[in-house]
Design a protein around this ligand. Structure first.
Ligand SMILES: [Zn+2]
Length: 948
């Protein structure tokens, strides 16, 4: 069993973006296709070696062949010219082919029939609905569709088919639409609201028993292509939708009678478009099957991710992106009983469908869901057996992290099924297990789509019953669980708690606020008083299963090897104080969101305007003022001052702006300054009337440090971890509101001469040549701040910029290791990996890196086992680890010991500049809003750090 921490799809890699190593090129396949044209071409060691050829691909480049077969009266050239013209035309040629005498559209449709499983090829089809090839004007699968073609096809089906309606639900970052095509019988269409309401009702144990399911059509969502470079998924969606709309067959009628099918053709439009453009750029008229061909070896960052290089198949829980938010809101409005999630994996594999690795199902997923997953698998197996397609189950892929598209539904009453097709990664590619073509891989995905629909009809009442039972069981379990409620607080930072409450609401998890300080009973029997504003989450509400799953902090696991992270606890990611309560506070103590201080600015004139650095919104406010040309100062020490007659204490990091009446530091007059400050969307700037403070630094003190206007660059390109770089870019661009200048590793020699306030190496091991390294070091020595995150610390340590702790020693010695079984090598290594755990940093709050934190203990995420060595300077290790370092996730006992002496953050001085090395990923997957402050401080306040 191969172990790949990186993801559930081992075809891609986590640490750095390394292109697929091409496999040896062998011209045979052990995964034959039923409509194959097999050509014995030789033998290898006595075995018959055969090339498997998709007959439709063989027809290329003459896409006209299926047409010319019937149009024998015409010369071959005429339809070729016609097709070429149509392909060049901007408007899809709807109907133009069908209008030809002799019905050439039917011929093209016939070619597209080969994309269907054999059992469905003879079904009569409406020929006034263009098939994908006739719509596109070229043989479907001979090049990739682009996203606008896919959407145009679905809109056409919406217009022309009375069975289908297209409903957009979101717009991607790059402004591409996402939507569902709802396909069902006319009778169901008339009562869709009722069907939807019945599904939602099944999730409500109070009324679910009254819902009649015998005649209730089941809602099934088929989602394709959350990873943009897995093209058979979205291309299969077009074939599936065409067939469901065009088929004239009683079996299909029964699907549409008994099911409401929602086809989501492209879950990641921006990634899909990136890969389609890439493939079409290089494929040509005669696509090469050679793994070394440029088409099959994507340039950085590749097509898998969305516009910000996030893996959208990890975003179902954190909901950082518009694609996921829109999809989840649909999921919650419709409450499907089954969701299908179509992917591709490496070229050298076969086909996979769930059930996956049995020991790595989420422990809270219902037993009934697992049973239905296995029963549906029988339908997929039969469908692929009929086609001679090889497949595997129950290994490699897991269902553990709740933010995945096949796992989240499991925890929400639906059955989520993952499908993985070995990829042609383009039009065609030959690997160690034969040739994959886009067309043959589409056919497999269509087959398992249909087997899912067949299975859904056969298991319709069981699937509906599973939705009802899973909520009923969760309700019963919650009632007997002594845990009554969770209480969450974010001292000094209401914004972070608000965001947490908003995210819970997107998951239909209800939270309320204490409207006054209230005494509560904790789970350990003690009593304490929680302040007004504390967020209370009733543990016995409808989503009790899901909320436990996303609040969990597991550290013990049945199985200790993970493909994805083993820790995700949302409260830790938001760095919230969490209290578990034995009783819900009474209703009269609970209210809606509290009103925070009115944002804006106090009355002037003042000698300074100040704001605390603790609120989540403060870093974006600093950026906003800098962009407006206002010089902001940061307090490097605490002070106490009087504001409107009230004594207020400000901790280090507090920001001040001075009107020009202060001749040394002010650069804007009071009225203009107040105008800028008044526009603050969430923070309130207080006016200070006197320069003298009652405690700590006065306002003319040298301890007020001018903060340079941020000008931040992020290294990208070969060797850089695209996910980590994407998370940093997302933080800078969309959270802080500053431009993230993306510098390719190859350009560093020239670009490091610019006056960046900070350059970020987000992760991986950037491929920088000697000239680039020299330029970077020179830039640091002239005063630059280099911020190195996560496993890039290994790369930084290799340059001798700072040190790493020695690697742990295995039992035995390197020259004479303990003898172990060959079969256990992967598992042995997996046990020592840190595949994704949340650990507790302890931060020096007097250091600029710690400014604004309410508490020195900060949960941070790490996905590697490198340990930073502490600095030789006593003042340059702002972060270490708590004595109990591991908060959630699997970390072996031997690795746990290493945290005791290691550093979480070190600052290495170099000339007039410095390198800030953070061993963890403070902005991991865009939802670690607690530790994000460490990153913000590093890039915004890094230039203020002195060599001490
Ligand atoms: Zn995938």
């Amino acid at each position: 069993m191969p172990v790949d921490s990186a993801s559930t799809e081992p075809e891609t890699e986590r640490v750095a973006f390394v292109r697929n190593a091409p496999g040896s090129r062998r011209l045979y396949s052990d995964e034959p296709l039923l409509d194959r044209a097999r050509c014995p071409i030789g033998s290898d060691s006595g075995a018959v070696v055969r090339e498997v050829v998709d007959p439709m691909t063989v027809l290329t480049p003459s896409a006209s062949r299926p047409i010319s077969r019937r149009r024998s009266a015409m010369s071959l050239a005429a339809p070729l010219i016609l097709l070429t013209l149509l392909t060049l035309a901007a408007v899809p040629p709807i109907g133009s082919l069908a209008a030809q005498d002799g019905g050439p559209n039917a011929n093209v449709a016939e070619a597209d029939r080969l994309l269907l499983p054999p059992a469905w090829r003879d079904v009569p089809l409406r020929d006034d609905l263009p098939s994908p090839s006739s719509f596109g004007g070229f043989e479907f699968g001979s090049r990739l569709w682009q996203h606008h073609e896919l959407v145009a096809y679905f809109r056409m089906l919406d217009e022309r088919s009375e069975r289908a309606s297209w409903e957009p639900y979101a717009t991607s970052h790059q402004r591409r639409p996402l939507g569902h095509l709802t396909i069902t019988a006319a009778a169901n269409r008339e009562r869709l609201d009722e069907i939807r309401a019945a599904h939602r009702g099944l999730t409500d144990p109070e009324r679910s028993s009254a819902i009649e399911i015998d005649r209730l059509p089941a809602i099934v969502v088929a989602g394709y292509g959350v990873h943009g470079d897995e093209p058979s998924a979205s291309h299969a969606a077009a074939v599936v939708a065409w067939f469901l709309c065009a088929a004239q067959d009683s079996r299909i009628d029964s699907w549409l009678d008994e099911l409401v099918l929602r086809v989501d053709p492209c879950l990641n439009p921006d990634g899909f478009e990136r890969f389609s453009s890439w493939s079409n750029e290089y494929a040509g008229a005669n696509p090469s099957d050679e793994p070394w061909h440029r088409e099959h070896r994507q340039g950085w960052p590749g097509g898998r991710t969305n516009a910000y290089w996030f893996d959208l198949n990890r975003d179902w829980m954190p909901l950082v992106h518009p694609e996921s938010r829109g999809r989840l809101s649909e999921f919650r409005a419709w409450r499907p009983v089954l969701t299908l999630d179509f992917h591709e994996m490496g070229t050298d594999s076969t086909y996979f469908f769930q059930p996956g690795e049995p020991k790595r199902s989420h422990p809270r997923s219902p037993l009934g869901t697992r049973e239905l997953t296995a029963r549906l698998a029988e339908f997929h197996a039969a469908a692929l057996d009929r086609m001679g397609t090889r497949y595997f189950t129950e290994e490699r892929f897991d269902d553990f992290y709740p933010g995945k598209g096949s796992t989240y539904p499991d925890l929400s009453g639906a059955v989520g099924i993952l499908f993985e097709q070995s990829s042609a990664r383009g039009v065609r590619q030959t690997g160690t297990r034969g040739t994959r073509t886009l067309r043959s891989t589409v056919r497999n995905q269509v087959a398992t789509s249909f087997s899912s629909f067949e299975g859904s009809v056969a298991l319709r009442t069981e699937l509906l019953e599973n939705l009802r039972r899973s909520y009923r069981e969760a309700d019963q379990a919650a009632r007997v669980d002594p845990l009554a409620a969770y209480a969450f607080a974010a001292p000094k930072d209401g914004g972070r708690l608000d965001r947490f409450a908003e995210l819970l609401a997107r998951h239909d998890i209800v939270s309320r606020r204490l409207i006054e300080a209230t005494e509560v009973e904790r789970m350990d029997g003690s009593r304490s008083t929680l302040p007004a504003g504390t967020l209370i989450v009733d543990a016995r509400q409808r989503e009790s299963r899901l909320l436990r799953a996303i609040f969990d902090r597991p550290t013990d696991f049945e199985e200790n090897a993970f493909y994805d992270v083993s820790a995700w606890s949302l409260p830790l990611a938001f760095d919230l104080d969490q209290t578990e309560l034995a009783a819900m506070p009474s209703d009269d103590r609970l209210g809606e969101a509290l009103e925070w201080e009115r944002p804006g600015v106090a009355d002037g004139p003042a000698i300074a305007y100040v704001v605390s650095w603790s609120p989540a919104e403060a870093p974006a406010e600093l950026v906003r003022l800098a962009r407006a040309g206002i010089q902001v100062h940061a307090a490097s020490e605490a002070f106490v001052t009087e504001i409107d007659g009230e004594t207020r204490r400000f901790e280090p990091g507090a920001l001040a702006v001075f009107p020009e009446s202060d001749l040394e530091t002010g650069n804007v007059d009071d009225a203009t300054l107040r105008q800028v400050l008044a526009a603050s969307p969430v923070l309130r700037w207080e006016g200070v009337r006197s320069g003298i403070t009652s405690e700590g630094i006065d306002f003319g003190s040298g301890s007020w440090l001018p903060v340079p206007a941020p000008r931040i660059a992020v290294l990208i390109g070969d060797g850089v971890d695209r996910y980590a770089a994407g998370a940093v870019r997302h933080r800078l661009d969309l959270e802080l509101g500053t431009a993230a200048t993306l510098i390719d590793v190859g350009d560093l020699a020239g670009a490091a001469r610019e006056s960046w306030t900070a350059i970020v190496v987000a992760g991986g091991s950037p491929s920088i040549d000697a000239a680039g390294i020299a330029a970077l070091e020179g830039w640091i020595e002239r005063g630059g701040t280099l911020v190195v995150l996560g496993d890039a610390c290994g790369w930084g340590a290799a340059r001798n910029w700072f040190g790493l702790m020695p690697a742990p020693t295995a039992s035995g010695t390197a020259s004479n290791p303990e003898r172990r079984p060959y079969a256990e090598a992967d598992d042995d290594r997996a046990l020592e990996r840190i595949a994704g755990a949340i650990v507790a940093s302890e931060i020096d709050l007097t250091h600029p890196i710690g400014w604004g934190l309410a508490d020195p203990h900060v949960p941070v995420f790490r996905d590697h086992a490198l340990m930073l060595a502490r600095s030789a300077s006593a003042y340059a290790t702002p972060g270490v680890y708590d004595s109990e370092a591991v908060l959630a996730g699997y970390v072996s006992p031997r690795q746990r010991e290493r945290f005791a002496d290691a550093a979480s953050i070190v600052v290495a001085s170099r000339g007039r500049g410095r390198i800030v090395a953070i061993a963890e990923q403070p902005v991991y997957r865009g939802f670690f809003h607690g530790s994000a402050r460490l990153f913000d401080n590093a890039v915004l306040f890094g230039p203020l750090i002195e060599n001490r």
